[in-house]
Design a protein around this ligand. Sequence first.
Ligand code: BGC
Length: 352
Amino acid sequence: MRALTVTPGVKNSIKLAQIREPVPTASQALLRVREIGVCGTDMDLNQGFYGEAPPGSSYLVTGHESLSTVESIPKNDQGISKGDLVVPTVRRPDDCINCQHGESDMCLTGNYKEHGIKGLHGFGSDLAVSDFNFLVKVPSEVADVAVLLEPMSVGEKGVYQAFKIQERLLWKPRRALILGAGPVGLLTAYLLRLKGLDVVVTATRTKDSVKAQLAQRVGGTYVNTIEQPLQTLGKFDLIMEETGSAQVAMQATGMLNTNGIMCFLGIYAPTEAPEDIGSFYKDVVLGNKTFFGSVNANINYFRMGLKDFVEIQKRFPGVLRDTISMRIAPEDFQKAYSPNKDSIKTVIRFNN
Ligand code: BGC
């Protein structure tokens, strides 16, 4: 069968290979993959920065954002059967206390595995396998956008955690800033608009770009920071950092309102900064400000995302669909790895 593979640690090793079909174990479903999404982590895997092949394999099948049809599944209490559409979560637990309580996204040891990233093959192949306890059943009404559920789950977790942490005080957020208009940034913008916040999305594309239009179609404001510097945008109750740029993140820390909260969702490269950290800490203390990081998402956030997708489809028709900028065949995978100025989310379609 066809599979998109990388050799972890080797730059530009992505290729469409022929590999043997996987054989599911007693706790796994066999999935006929419909499509996968390509994200920044996949780019990093192909740069050799990141990634780990399964034990005994020289390659890693990529693809952690996916949508599949169940080809076969053991009897289960998840209500999932052959022919159902499903999205598998990414991370699989180890034996730490968090993992054992359904929060592998909060794994203590770092010994978790991630499909398509760390120690487990991903879903970028004609057939794939996943433990059936980590499958989310997808209703047909959102089938055309369900490949976005994994990136949505990452935004859902960040936002849920921010609100949960803020239960520490009386907090009525009004203004939210989303740094970065990549798919996770845009999906977070849709979500925060559902929650009724005033949302400003910043990035470096022009104001007539599709990304800018998507932010505006949900009632958000789009700012091109090349034309209008961040510092002119005022203060925010909630800041979601989704650019992965340490410099942007540092600049934005000063834009948090009293009692505000900022969530870091990027993977930051080492960056030295000659900032006045004394004043920064003073501002954090005197303003009761909170900064936290968030990674991955357990199955509960996928379920929340699915509910919100139905709501987003109703409130902002076509927005999720238009967040997918291109669908290509596996043979054209290079297009997904050389994004252009119009790319948002590129999806690779394996089977109908
Ligand atoms: C994925 C997460 C994963 C993280 C780190 C992200 O791209 O969405 O599920 O935990 O990479 O590997």
